[in-house]
Design a protein around this ligand. Sequence first.
Ligand code: FBP
Length: 251
Amino acid sequence: MKNNLNKILKKGRALFLAYDQGLEHGPTDFNDDNVDPNYIIEIAKKAKLNAMIFQKGIAEKYRKEIRKSNIPLIIKLNGKTNLVKGDPVSKQLCTVREAINLGAVAVGYTIYIGSQHESEMFREFEKIQREAHKNNLPVITWIYPRGKSIKGENKNKLMAYAARTGLELGADIIKIKYEGNPKELEWAVESAGKTRVVIAGGIKKDKKELYKQVKEIMKAGCIGLAIGRNIWQSKNPLEISNQLKKLIWNN
Ligand code: FBP
């Protein structure tokens, strides 16, 4: 595959702005400002972030504004609401071809390892990965251990399983959650081999706590973050973005 990762990485590192929470959690994550996709596009543009991550609907409706921002677009190809209970499954909502036509330079896909529906997502991902690579598009895979069968498992230990799954399935970048143990995260990065690792932000935390975690994340060998709420729920998203950039690139 021709390496198009340079379109979304800078000096091998990344700060991606995630904004698919409207589907995943509902508008409960939003206020009057950040409910508007234009607010997110402006943050990405002003803070010169590596890329923005949207679902197909936002990519379509805000196409003009996204193009004008000159910030690379990553389209998330699957998704789900949190209204359905039980073991999660996230199915494809947009094709690789549609994503390319909407201007995406990379695509994203979530897999819930441990879910009883894991194999359905594996099957779908396998086709997406092949088509994306045929078109020189990097694939970012959100890998979150979920479901009844992982109850009681050590979340820190599962980071490495998630990371390794990404390598085995052919992801270019995997996005995992940091569970707080730096040594286990280092092992996860090692387990991911040549697949790069970025970390999700999670619910909005105190700035100091966030910066401390990012230092640990970078020290463990991750290439950066794919983060949403901690930036766009902040009263000062540009200040947070600039500080995160310092921690990612000056480390
Ligand atoms: P945040 O930084 O806001 O946590 O976003 C990261 C992310 O992976 C989003 O892309 C996604 O919508 C959300 O987390 C899913 O989180 P969860 O499945 O834990 O509710």
